[in-house]
Design a protein around this ligand. Structure first.
Ligand code: GLU
Length: 305
């Protein structure tokens, strides 16, 4: 049993990141598991080493300890390349010259950001590819998906399914600037890290069928998934690092101590009955994975004030 923290070092943690991290820790620890820390810095433009250091200090301050890592995605190119070649060896990878489509592929896509690719470049002949390359255009790479339905049981959301061709489309595994895409990296990293439990925000639920598809192609075991509700700033607006919504420094100023911040988030999320300071170990005492689905009457969002 191994869970993971997988922060993107693009800003200070906010209440939603803290909540997701706490849940990942509780799910792993309540089953006698360990935690791996992976810094998801594939997106070189948005990631900053200073944010990674800050996030690690924040975890320590909140009492959310990890047992393994940190593993940095920037050290993992070779593993991604091997997986990419394995997929290419199956004849499933093709170059895509559609412009700027790959802009954000290195970051985890969040709800509403998912576009179904029309398959424009899927049928390009070798000659057409060479012609575009001769014009100096550099392709991104997509993996082709079949007309197949991926089903899995989410520990919080219950049964979930997507038909790959209709709901996902052929998706990016490498950007035109050479960076590997989030979907590929996360699958390779979870597998080589031996991660068996993935707990993260609901916004990544719709990415999971793509990840399961890649796991099956690459012969990797499928972790157990739990997609938890998002904490929202106001109705329907998700917290964002960029807008500094409920960022940890703001929360510390407001609630006074890391334990008070953690306790407040735990209270809002229904993990403890009173709004009082808490350490992760205290929350662990009353926690059981069996309660997970029942814990969220509103399975989509929890208002955070
Ligand atoms: N690094 C992603 C994020 O911070 C999480 C990816 C994942 O959990 O798979 O949004």
């Amino acid at each position: 049993m191994k869970g993971r923290f997988a922060p993107s070092p693009t800003g200070r943690m906010h209440a939603g990141n803290i909540y997701a991290s706490l849940m990942a820790w509780l799910v792993a620890k309540s089953q006698g598991g360990t935690m791996l820390l992976r810094i998801e810095d594939l997106d070189r433009e948005r990631s900053k080493p200073a944010f990674a250091d800050q996030i690690m200090r924040d975890y320590e301050m909140l009492g959310l300890a990890w047992d393994e890592g940190p593993v940095y995605q920037h050290d993992r190119e070779e593993a991604y390349r091997q997986a990419f070649e394995a997929l290419r060896g199956k004849g499933l990878v093709y170059p895509c010259f559609c412009s700027r489509a790959d802009l954000h592929a290195a970051s985890a896509p969040h709800r509403g950001e998912k576009l179904v690719y029309a398959g424009t470049c899927r049928g390009l002949s070798d000659a057409q590819v060479r012609l575009r390359e001769a014009e100096g255009r550099r392709p991104a790479y997509r993996v082709a998906v079949p007309s197949e339905t991926i089903r899995f049981d989410d520990a919080v959301q219950g049964p979930y399914e997507q038909r790959l061709d209709r709901d996902c489309g052929d998706f990016l595994i490498k950007r035109s600037d050479g960076a590997f895409a989030y979907q590929l990296a996360v699958v390779v990293d979870d597998a080589s890290g031996g991660v068996t439990s993935v707990v993260r925000g609901m916004d990544l639920l719709c990415s999971t069928p793509q990840q399961v598809y890649l796991q099956r192609l690459l012969g990797f075991a499928q972790p157990r998934y739990a997609h938890i509700p998002l904490l929202v700033a106001q109705r329907d607006r998700r917290l964002s690092k960029r807008d500094r919504d409920a960022s940890l420094d703001e929360l510390l100023a407001k609630y006074g101590s890391p334990q008070a911040v953690l306790g407040h988030i735990a209270y809002v999320a229904g993990l403890q009955p009173a709004d009082e300071p808490a350490l992760p170990e205290q929350l662990l005492k009353g926690f059981s994975v069996e309660d997970l689905p029942a814990r969220f009457p509103d399975k989509v969002q929890i208002p955070f004030r």
